[in-house]
Design a protein. Structure first.
Length: 353
C-alpha cells in the first residue's frame, strides 16, 4: 500500500516520532515504517486497514480492531497520531478516547488533507491540549500538534451513543449510532426510500428461514427493519467496527440481539456462503474522496454469494453508474424507483438453464 499524502507529510517529522506511539485510525501502512525506530500501536476502526497492516507484517499484539481503545491494549503513550476523519464528531470521539492514555507532557499529532476540514480542527484540539499549533504543511495537507499539560477526563463509551426513535416504512424502531457511522443520529433519505420500496416487495413464502445479508450496515436500520419484516436472522456486514457496534446496540435496544450476526469485512472478502437476499446502500467515498472501487468490487463478487434466483437490492445516488455493473454481474437488472436524487435497483441471480 502506497503512503497517502498525509503520511508523507508525517514522515517529514520522523525524527520526533520516538518512544511509545499510538496511531488512531491510520489510513495506510505508515505505522509499520515508524515501528522500525519506536514502539508503535495501531488502533484500527477499519477492517481494510487492519488487514493491510497484517499483510505487511505489523505486530499482531500491537494491532487492534475495535470501536474503542481500552487501557489494557496500551497506555502511557508519548505520542498519539490521529488522521483527520471526515466526520468532525469522530475526531472528538478519538480525542476523548486517546487523551486518558497519553502521558502528561505527551504530544498529539493531527494530520489531514485540506479538504477534510482539518483547518477548523485547532479549536477541537485546544479543548484538551495546550500549545496547539501548526507543525507543518505540504502536499495540500496540514499537520497540527498539541501537548497534554492537564489530566484528561476518563473516557466513557456510553456517553457517545446516540439513541432515538424512528418511524419508517410502517415500523417504529429504536436506533443507536456512534460518531463516524453513516447517517449518524438521523434517517438517511436514501434509506427511507429504500425501505419504503422493500415494504412493497413480495418475499419468498418461507422467508423467515432465508439467509439475508445487509452489506454496509451502518447503524443497523435496514437490517433491523428486514428482521422485523421477515422474521429472518440477518448477517450485517461493514468495514467499520463503529458501524458494527452501532448495529449490535440497535438490535439490543430492540431486544432482538439473537437475530443479527455482524461481520467485519473489506468488501465481501470475509463473507461465507450464499444468501437468498442481499441488500445494500453501498459507500462510494474513502475519507473525503469519491471512490467507486468498493461498489465495483461488490458487484463483481456478489454473484458468488447469491443463491440461484437470489435477489439483490441496491439504493444509490442516481448519478452513480451502477446499471452497467449490475448487468455485468447478473445479466440484467430492473430500476424500481428513481426520484429525489436516488435510484433503487433490483437484480436476480439467473437460474441455471
Amino acid at each position: 500500500m502506497n503512503l497517502n499524502a498525509t503520511s508523507q507529510l508525517l514522515a517529514r517529522s520522523d525524527d520526533a516520532l520516538v518512544g511509545k506511539i499510538l496511531f488512531a485510525n491510520p489510513e495506510d501502512t505508515y505505522p509499520l515504517d515508524v515501528s522500525q525506530t519506536a514502539e508503535v500501536f495501531a488502533w484500527c476502526q477499519s477492517k481494510t486497514l487492519y488487514d493491510a497492516l497484517a499483510r505487511v507484517g505489523f505486530s499482531e499484539e500491537k494491532r487492534v480492531l475495535s470501536a474503542q481503545w481500552l487501557p489494557e491494549n496500551g497506555q502511557d503513550f508519548d505520542h498519539v497520531v490521529i488522521y483527520q476523519p471526515k466526520a468532525k464528531e469522530l475526531l472528538d470521539y478519538l480525542l476523548a478516547a486517546v487523551l486518558p492514555v497519553l502521558k502528561l507532557g505527551g504530544q498529539v499529532w493531527l494530520v489531514g488533507d485540506n479538504k477534510s476540514g482539518v483547518k477548523s480542527s485547532m479549536k477541537r484540539l485546544e479543548q484538551g491540549l495546550d500549545e496547539v499549533g501548526k507543525h507543518d504543511g505540504a502536499k495540500h495537507c496540514l499537520l497540527y500538534t498539541g501537548y497534554k499539560r492537564r489530566d484528561a477526563k476518563p473516557f466513557v463509551f456510553e456517553d457517545w451513543i446516540v439513541t432515538w426513535q424512528q418511524d419508517v416504512a410502517g415500523q417504529s424502531l429504536t436506533l443507536c449510532s456512534l460518531p463516524g457511522v453513516f447517517g449518524h443520529g438521523k434517517l438517511d433519505k436514501g434509506t427511507e426510500l429504500f425501505l419504503t420500496q422493500l415494504d412493497q416487495h413480495r418475499f419468498m413464502s418461507d422467508v423467515a428461514h432465508a439467509r439475508l445479508l445487509d452489506f454496509g450496515c451502518g447503524d443497523g436500520i435496514i437490517a433491523l427493519w428486514l428482521h422485523n419484516k421477515t422474521g429472518a436472522n440477518i448477517t450485517a456486514l461493514d468495514d467499520s467496527v463503529l458501524a458494527l457496534t452501532a448495529t449490535e446496540l440497535t438490535f439490543a435496544a430492540n431486544q432482538v440481539s439473537h437475530a443479527v450476526t455482524v461481520v467485519a469485512s473489506n468488501g465481501l472478502a470475509d463473507v461465507k456462503g450464499r444468501f437468498n437476499y442481499v441488500v445494500t446502500n453501498p459507500p462510494f467515498h474513502t475519507g473525503v474522496n469519491t471512490d467507486y472501487s468498493i461498489a465495483e468490487s461488490f458487484f463483481m463478487n456478489v454473484k458468488q454469494h447469491l443463491t440461484l434466483n437470489g435477489e439483490l437490492f441496491v439504493v444509490a445516488n442516481d448519478f452513480l453508474r451502477y446499471p452497467p455493473l449490475l448487468d455485468a454481474a447478473l445479466g440484467s437488472h430492473t430500476r424500481l424507483y428513481r426520484d429525489k436524487g436516488f435510484a433503487i435497483y433490483h437484480g436476480r441471480q439467473p437460474k441455471k438453464r
